[in-house]
Structure formats: structure tokens, C-alpha cells
Design a protein around this ligand. Sequence first.
Ligand code: FAD
Ligand code: FES
Ligand code: MG
Length: 306
Amino acid sequence: MSSMLRLRLTPFFYLELKDDVMNKILFKKQLSETVFLMRVEAPLIAEERKAGQFIILQLDNEYGERIPLTIADADVEEGSVTIIFQVVGKSTTVLSQLDAGDFIETVVGPLGKPTHIENFGTVVCVGGGIGVAPLHPIAQALKAAGNHVITIIGARNKELIILEEEMKNIADEFIVCTDDGSYGRKALVTEPLKEICERSPKPAMAIAIGPPMMMKFCAETTRPYEVYTEVSLNTIMVDGTGMCGGCRVNVDGKVKFVCVDGPEFDGHKVDFDNMISRLNSYKKFEKDAHACRLDQQIKEKEEAAL
Ligand code: FAD
Ligand code: FES
Ligand code: MG
């Protein structure tokens, strides 16, 4: 974690130096209009992390919120973890404005249970939108374990497709869909998923990661075929240690904490309607937080122009 070194130069002046050992952004790349990839220095997390795990980062230790992001990849030699994130609100906007050489105040991880990986046979990996980023290390690990990997990636339109080459390289069969037909097959991901479930033999399992509604419908698609379907839940998180209860979900009638019991669960047992309604309950606060930041930026620009 980065820390501050404070040197007293005169009775009234201090020089504050950031300890630049950790959490430095080593590389930044824009993947689409709203999606960014960053490699962040975090050698201990890079060594420990496994597919399916995530970090929680905080951009401002005094006022900033904590946001979870999946570890999309890691480079032990460089001592870095890769995050891929979509700009959706205040914290991801601020993160996207940092550049290589800047620091992230706090990075905690690896958090969550790793994905259970073994040779299941044929596995369908379904990724929607930014969900392709967390799916990538899982598909990689499933392939390395000897599975026949069928990958379906989907997005609203061509511009929102990410990691196409990377996913294609891992997959034994690869399908890309867009809602508007601007690229690949004009379909929702559930369409090819259903066709694959109808094959004989049917796939051993599916794993779906994306917006909650997409995961809900993937689980509903596979349910009649009894194809076990793992989903990776993206609930609100605060501490990431099982203490605040912010990430609680109902799975098979029991309360589970996504940060410590998950993030992956049996999609046929998740109460998605409850999860979606809990996610929606914070919308007004998230919008206000983002609007306040814009107001502040406009005010700062106006003051600078005077
Ligand atoms: P806000 O305007 O504050 O919120 C926008 C939406 O983001 C909310 O409606 C809510 O659905 C979600 N969100 C907001 N705050 C939180 C929070 N503290 N915890 C979780 N979700 C929140 N996104 C990526 O782009 N890439 C990833 O790899 C990724 N991995 C994730 C892994 C896990 C385990 C979880 C739980 C979420 C992951 N997310 C990922 C979602 C990401 O955390 C949110 O997009 C981010 O917190 C939004 O913050 P914001 O302030 O920019 O947006
Ligand atoms: Fe607080 Fe999971 S984030 S209990
Ligand atoms: Mg936020």
C-alpha cells in the first residue's frame, strides 16, 4: 500500500512524499469508448491471485468509496495485476482519468473464493459486456485444465465488444453476438447458449458473467436442460471481508455474502430479483455523487478562468 512520508522543512512547511513502492499504474490502454485496461503494481497480489478473484481499490483514502474489480490477469515477473473496467459512475470516471505513473491510494486483495477449476469436459463460457473481462482468466484456466471451451461473447453493439482476440485464442468454438446485429450474430447470448444445450451430449456446465439480467436469463435458459450454471455476482461491496453485509444475496433460501462466500454461485439457486432490486436502491446516491463531481469540476474550471 502507498503511504505518505512527511518531512518538516521549516517550522511551517512540510514536504509530503508518496512512498512509490506499490499501487503504481504501470500501463493504461483504452479498449473502447468507456472501457479501460490498467496494469497496476501489486507484486504480492500478483503472486497469490487465482482465476475468479478480485481486488478492492480506493482512490481517495479520506473520502473515496471502495470499489471491487476483478483481477483480469497478473504478471508475477512484473509484479502487476491487470484490471479492465467500464466507466459507469464517479469512481470509475476518476480511475479512468489516472495515467501510467500515477498511484492508486489503496489496493486490497486477492479477495473472494477462486473459481473451482477441473476437467469437466465441455464448458460453455458466456460473457456479456464488461463481464468478458472477469470471464477471461476463468476461460484461460478451464482451457489449461483440458476442457473443451465454447465461448459466447455478446454486447449491445460492436463498439462494446472487448477482448475478442484473447477469447478467440482460448476457445475451441467461438461465437460473438450483438443485440443490434452490428457485428457477429444478431442475437442475445441466450440464443446460441440454448442451441448448445440442445446438443447431444449436452455441455457439462456453463459459466455466465455479465449484467445481472443477462446472468438471470442464462440460468433460466440452461435450467430445463439441467446444465449446471455458475454465475459471478456483482453486488455492491464495501469492506470485502464479510463484515458489513452490503453484498448479501439469497442463494437457495440462505443469506450469503458475495465477497467471502462468492463471487461465484449456482445460478439456478440465486434470487436474482432480490439482488437486482437491492442494486437499484442505491441508484439515486450514485447519480448524485457523480453529478456533484461534475458540478465541482465546472466550478473549478470557472474559477481557474477568472
Ligand atoms: P456508481 O455510479 O457508484 O455505480 C454504478 C453501478 O455500479 C451501481 O448501480 C452498481 O451496480 C455498481 N456499484 C457501485 N458501487 C459499487 C460497489 N461499491 N461495489 C460493487 N458494485 C458497485 N466492473 C468492471 O468494470 N470491471 C470488473 O472487472 C468488475 N469486477 C467486479 C467484481 C466484483 C466481485 C463486483 C462485485 C463488481 C465488479 N465490477 C466490475 C463492478 C464495479 O465494482 C462497479 O462498476 C463500480 O463499483 C462502479 O463504481 P462507480 O462509482 O463508478 O459507479
Ligand atoms: Fe461487506 Fe461483503 S462487502 S460483507
Ligand atoms: Mg460509486
